[in-house]
Design a protein around this ligand. Structure first.
Ligand SMILES: [Zn+2]
Length: 272
């Protein structure tokens, strides 16, 4: 059985960074035992998967936190790749209500055709759980402009992973992630940026300090975060909390059990 792995297919977190592909936006891949999960496939998910050697045919589930395009734009393309255009109906789509059912203002991102390409489509809200193979996925609360946005607490046989998705600070969120081994936070802004609905470095440090995971990874950077030097922001969180903190890079691969990190890149990439 292969070692568990988390692969970052992108770390971009706003329309400028993603629009120019200063950082990619293909989502996060989690491989555990023989199961592969694809979280929040944004624009370019297929391109980044190919670039970093991830076979989307191995996906058994696509998890989508909310209906902002950086998180859901490529859900249909990824489902199409994993099911060969519906010839091999397989896997599960787990999304928040807005992505699956739409809202008063927005149609659902998930097309009718691609609903038929997976075995199950599940819409969940904060506090609800889904079991897929030997992994339990629980939706966590957020404070975001898609009010139904969820994060994920992923309980596997060898580790517990938390993914905040897009959110501002909230006490409920802190409670939902207590006990995770590894916490991935979407930190859009550098320190002391006021945004009720997205994290800055300072808010992230507060969450990390209260949750106390074993390892922290930050990702989903907005343009100010990229320009302000992500590494210095990471050091701030580590200094404030005394918890090891890593800045994700496009193509970064981490073993969530040993915490060994390496960069998987097709060629020498001077932009990382
Ligand atoms: Zn969002």
């Amino acid at each position: 059985m292969q070692q568990p792995k988390i692969v970052f297919l992108g770390t971009g977190g706003d329309s400028i960074v993603v629009g120019k592909q200063i950082r990619g936006s293909g989502g996060i891949i989690v491989q555990v035992d023989d199961s592969q999960f694809h979280i929040d496939p944004g624009p370019g998910a297929l391109v980044k998967a190919a670039e970093y050697g991830v076979n989307l045919r191995n996906n058994i589930a696509v998890l989508c936190s909310h209906n902002h395009h950086l998180h859901c734009n490529d859900i249909n393309a990824v489902i199409d790749a994993m099911s060969v255009g519906g010839l091999d109906v397989r896997g599960v789509f787990v999304g928040n209500n807005a992505v699956v059912n739409g809202t008063e203002k927005e149609t659902p991102y998930l097309t009718n055709f691609h609903r038929q390409c997976v075995e199950r489509v599940i819409s969940i809200e904060a506090g609800q759980k889904v079991g897929i193979n030997n992994v339990e996925i629980k939706a966590t609360p957020t404070k975001h402009t898609d009010e139904q946005c969820i994060g994920f607490r992923i309980l596997t046989p060898s580790f517990i992973l938390g993914y905040t998705s897009d959110t501002g600070y909230s006490k409920d969120l802190v409670e939902a992630f207590k006990g995770v081994d590894l916490l991935i936070l979407n930190v859009k802004h550098p320190i002391d940026t006021k945004d009720e609905f997205n994290l800055c470095t300072h808010d992230a440090a507060r969450i990390v300090d209260e949750v106390k995971p074993k390892l922290v990874i930050i990702t989903h950077y907005g343009i100010k975060m990229v320009e302000s030097d992500v590494l210095s922001q990471t050091r701030f969180i580590q200094k404030e909390t005394q918890i090891q903190t890593i800045a994700a890079k496009d193509g970064m691969v981490i073993n969530p059990v040993s915490y060994a990190v390496n960069l998987r890149q097709k060629t020498l990439n001077l932009f990382n």
